[in-house]
Design a protein around this ligand. Structure first.
Ligand SMILES: [Fe+2]
Ligand SMILES: [Fe+2]
Length: 130
């Protein structure tokens, strides 16, 4: 398990909390496959994670836009940082199939980004969006 439910702050928006909870389950399944070096499962779950993360980010961005939330661009920029990293690591995965590299990324970078992003940007936006 990479991220426990209590590592991720609850925010003042039920939709956002739901998005996070569903995603954490997928992240943990993905991490388990990476640790087990299960190439086929990583292939499958990496793609599923990209779809899930995009849906999560897009939903938040649409909610912020609809509510004309002032800090939307800054929040979106932080999503874009992770969009780019995930795309980069997925491209490298397709060529190298290197679980060690993915494990390092998940443990040292992704987890910190995820919990930090929710505590800062999501919790700030949550009370302002519908
Ligand atoms: Fe979020
Ligand atoms: Fe966010």
């Amino acid at each position: 398990m990479l991220i426990q439910e209590h590592d991720v702050q609850q925010v003042a928006n039920a939709m956002m909390n739901m998005l996070h909870e569903d995603e954490i389950e997928l992240i943990n399944n993905f991490y388990d496959a990476v640790k087990a070096k299960d190439i086929e499962k990583i292939d499958e779950l990496f793609k599923a994670l990209l779809v899930e993360v995009e849906a999560h980010f897009k939903t938040e961005e649409e909610l912020m836009e609809q509510s004309a939330y002032a800090d939307m661009q800054m929040h979106k920029s932080d999503h874009d940082v992770m969009r780019k990293k995930l795309a980069k690591f997925h491209k490298r995965w397709e060529v190298l199939k290197g679980p060690k590299e993915l494990q390092g990324f998940l443990e040292k970078d992704f987890k910190k980004w995820y919990t930090g992003h929710v505590s800062k940007w999501d919790s700030q936006a949550a009370p302002h969006i519908a």
